[in-house]
Write a protein that binds this ligand. Sequence first.
Ligand SMILES: *[C@@H]1O[C@H](CO)[C@@H](O)[C@H](O)[C@H]1NC(C)=O
Ligand SMILES: *[C@@H]1O[C@H](CO)[C@@H](O)[C@H](O)[C@H]1NC(C)=O
Ligand SMILES: *[C@@H]1O[C@H](CO)[C@@H](O)[C@H](O)[C@H]1NC(C)=O
Ligand SMILES: *[C@@H]1O[C@H](CO)[C@@H](O)[C@H](O)[C@H]1NC(C)=O
Length: 415
Amino acid sequence: MGSVSLKIGDGTARFRRTSICSSAVNLLMLFSVVTTNLFALYAFSSHSQSQSPNSPLLHHSQNISLVSQHLSLILREIDTSQRKLAQMEKQLLGYESIDLSRPNTVPELKLYLQRHQLPLGKDSRTGITEMVSSVGHTCEKSPDLLSQYMSYKVFDKCPDDWSLGQKLVIRGCEPLPRRRCLAKTVAKQDLRPFPESLWKPVGNKSVNWSGLGGCKSFDCLRGKKLGPDCFGCFELGNEKDRFVKIKWKNDFLIDDVLSLGNGKIRIGFDVTGGGSGTFAARMAERNVTVITNTLNNGGPFSEFVAARGVFPLFLSLDHRFPFHDNVFDLVHGSSGLDVDGKVEKMEFLMFDLDRVLKPGGLFWLDNFYCASDLKKKEMTRLIERFGYKKLKWVIGEKADGQVYLSAVLQKPVRV
Ligand SMILES: *[C@@H]1O[C@H](CO)[C@@H](O)[C@H](O)[C@H]1NC(C)=O
Ligand SMILES: *[C@@H]1O[C@H](CO)[C@@H](O)[C@H](O)[C@H]1NC(C)=O
Ligand SMILES: *[C@@H]1O[C@H](CO)[C@@H](O)[C@H](O)[C@H]1NC(C)=O
Ligand SMILES: *[C@@H]1O[C@H](CO)[C@@H](O)[C@H](O)[C@H]1NC(C)=O
């Protein structure tokens, strides 16, 4: 309860509420201490009155049951007081959804999440009176993992636990809390200058393989299907033809798509969900800067993309994209967009992609897997509802006999 700093502030509403709140906590504490003691006194005195002589055994047992009744009443009272206190502490800390009063909450997490009053009161530019650290509300669902993640020696090296962080992210704990420890370093011995770096293999030693599953080298990942957009994607020999050669009629050439943008494609966002950055590499060769969204599911995707000299964004597809509206000239997405097959989930994602794409920008849906006729119809309908202009639209089968949809769509200017 003593966690609220009362020494600063200029009497803003928030500040006053906080101090009222903390006096309320103190009152509640006092109240619970007094009632607890009163109950105890009552129980004790009724017990000591019980020394009179008539049928002592009967009375004794009655008295005992009475005392135990009183005791359970007291315990219940203590319990409710404690719950009220926890509730008030939660409100004071301002994180309603994360229960910091849980017994195993590590102090470092409380410290990170603590709100701080601005020393000069309300900031006129932003209108805020306090600083708050952001953290995913779903972190609450994994309190043990979160506490484990926030257990480290301050200013020392972090435990070797990046994969614990990813585990939390996948469970919706995104953004993660910040930490005050030094992340593990890995010497990047064989990085090449740009643009040579785009197509040079990355050495085993430039990656720390701990936490990545069984593999300890790129040879081990050879030929593995690591996601909808990564079939042996760390072997750059396999990747060379992508976007520059047509294998199936659903494949579009990168230069054809760029020409649809009339030379106005400069920055793009690739949300294939786990690729080795080949799209960004091909775009980099054309002087287009592309950010590749990827976690490290089953392989060192982020390290690999970065080693190629393009930009990896370590973010799950469930997170709202950390970009302002109307910024990208191009968004490239693939089957990875359809995370769990649920149409509403897909809609939320598509609206966010639409948001970050500028009017007149291109949305390249690349070989989107249609598991069923229904999926194909759903996707078509969804796209049509956005009112994009269909610059390219191809539905076709590949060697696996499955149906894929590819399209290049132009976002309209909405007035
Ligand atoms: C406790 O027991 C005594 C007899 O031992 C009896 O006289 C007294 O009334 C009892 N007290 C209560 C509160 O029941
Ligand atoms: C990576 O490690 C594997 C197995 O440990 C080894 O065969 C391979 O030569 C290494 N590759 C590089 C580029 O160091
Ligand atoms: C990777 O991390 C482990 C565990 O912390 C460590 O023992 C190992 O030396 C690291 N490997 C490299 C190449 O840095
Ligand atoms: C990319 O930019 C460089 C430097 O401005 C230029 O020399 C090169 O021709 C450009 N490449 C393409 C494909 O536009």
